[in-house]
Design a protein around this ligand. Structure first.
Ligand SMILES: [Fe+2]
Ligand SMILES: [Fe+2]
Length: 471
């Protein structure tokens, strides 16, 4: 294991100093990254000192350092988790063989594609969220936004390191293109649909970090299983940082639910918009939107690409090694949903063909946990309302349901029914306008916007009213 070189121009634990060519190439990419950050990173408070954690090591204890930093001076580094001795490939046609330290020629373009698609999402979310610092509900929240942003920047570094280090000229070109595609750009958009949607308000941000970052967790967890060991070790460490992003989402939505419940009780009405809160049915619509958009990120129910990635050992399943089957999946079967005129049917296919659906199932189950927690909070507040995850067929743009209207409870409906109910199921223009009208920046330590409850505790044992961003 290479030691951590924290003072290098690019902090790293991959012995960059021992590979001058690679070091030079990455040092040439660095100013392009900085330029991109300054142009498309946070739009406000971009130069204020922020109480951030910076990765300085990968060990269990003390891998992060907390302190006030101006974001442009953040030490974006390259960190891979420790190498697991004698690690073997856990699935697919190469099961049982040694993992690869180099990219096998026959898998070069597939692996490059996987890394590029993952890498592209990282700067995309920074671009989507760039204006949110203008309207942060508190300094605590602004700090969390910036933490997520700098870490997505580091995740880009992680993927760019792999591209530069293992894919030669093509990899360097791909790394440059990561900074040339932009979220929502008509001519040169980001690769995946959900990453071209705007994140226009903080409710959307909390929903995005809950639902869409969680897709990231499942993608990274299945890449962590990869036979290409440097990719596996990179993703392993990224997952540690990712946990905080999902905490921001889960606790963020939870705090909105809590505040909504308080306002309902205080004013004895379900309609609290006039009191500066967000109604429960609007929250449900935001859940419907972000959940369905994130489900699309997993791809079609059956996929030859996913099957090939698995058979070749490039991408496994969530917690591959804990599963009790042959890890080849060619002769084990499952059903996947199938659209029919009369409702949702089922089609039996090999598990190998259905890997996207299996990962989507794991993801949905995980999403439900937060929803259950929000429901418990409502119950404890004595409010008779239950949040639900829509049926996975609802509002889908990818897979068997893509050209069909489905209700949130999974019934096929006509175009007319869809039109008539759309505003009851998905955020309407007036819902979005109301949420947007609540977004006024609060930048006094300890103060909190009226639509969201304060967090139960601060970051890294600091109090909630700590000056997380010096203004
Ligand atoms: Fe990320
Ligand atoms: Fe993330």
């Amino acid at each position: 294991m290479a030691a951590v070189d924290i003072n290098a121009k690019i902090p790293n634990n991959v012995d960059l100093a021992g590979d001058r060519r690679l070091q030079r190439a990455l040092e040439q990419w660095q100013p392009k990254f900085v330029r991109w950050w300054e142009e498309l990173g946070p739009a406000a408070f971009a130069r204020n000192p922020v109480y951030l954690r910076t990765a300085i090591d990968v060990g269990q204890e003390g891998w992060a350092n907390f302190g006030h930093v101006e974001m442009p001076d953040y030490r974006w580094g390259i960190f891979l988790s420790d190498r697991e001795k004698d690690r073997k490939i856990a699935f697919g046609d190469h099961k049982g063989e040694d993992v690869w330290q180099e990219v096998p020629g026959e898998y070069r373009s597939d692996l490059r594609r996987l890394i590029v698609v993952q890498g592209d999402t990282e700067p995309a979310s920074v671009e989507q969220q760039r204006k949110l610092s203008l309207t942060a509900p508190s300094l605590y929240d602004m700090r969390n936004l910036f933490q997520v942003n700098v870490e997505e920047g580091r995740h880009l570094w992680a993927m760019v390191y792999l591209l530069h280090g293992y894919f030669g000229r093509d990899g360097r070109d791909e790394a440059d293109e990561m900074l040339e595609r932009h979220s929502g750009d008509a001519d040169n958009p980001r690769i995946l649909g959900a990453f071209n949607e705007e994140t226009p308000d903080w409710l959307s941000f909390f929903m995005f970090t809950y639902f869409t970052d969680r897709d990231g967790k499942y993608q990274l967890a299945s890449l962590r299983e990869s036979a290409f060991d440097p990719l596996s070790r990179t993703c392993e460490f990224m997952l540690k940082e990712e946990a905080h992003h999902m905490f921001v989402g889960a606790s963020g939505v939870g705090r909105v639910v809590q505040r909504t419940a308080e306002l309902i009780r205080e004013h004895d009405t379900d309609d609290i918009h006039q009191y500066g809160g967000i109604n429960l049915d609007v929250l449900q619509k935001y859940i419907n939107f972000h959940y369905s958009v994130s489900l699309d990120l997993f791809g079609s129910e059956t996929s030859t690409n996913a099957a090939n990635y698995f058979a070749s050992g490039l991408k496994g399943r969530f917690q591959e090694e804990r599963r009790d089957d042959d890890h080849l999946l060619k002769s084990v079967y499952r059903t996947v949903p199938d659209w029919t005129e009369s409702g949702i049917g089922a089609r039996e296919v090999t598990q190998l063909a259905a890997l996207n659906e299996t990962l989507r199932d794991d993801y949905s189950e995980d999403c439900q946990k937060g929803v259950d927690r929000w429901n418990r909070a409502l119950e404890e507040a004595g409010i008779n309302f239950t949040f639900r995850l829509a049926n996975t067929s609802f509002n889908r743009k990818v897979g068997t349901f893509r050209d069909h209207h489905m209700s949130p409870d999974g019934k096929p409906i006509s175009d007319a029914e869809w039109e008539a109910n759309m505003d009851r199921w998905l955020p309407s223009d007036s819902d979005r306008a109301h949420v947007l009208s609540l977004m006024t920046g609060v930048s006094e330590p300890g103060k909190m916007a009226g639509w969201v409850a304060p967090p139960s505790r601060g970051i890294h044992q600091k109090p909630v009213d700590y000056e997380y961003v010096r203004v």
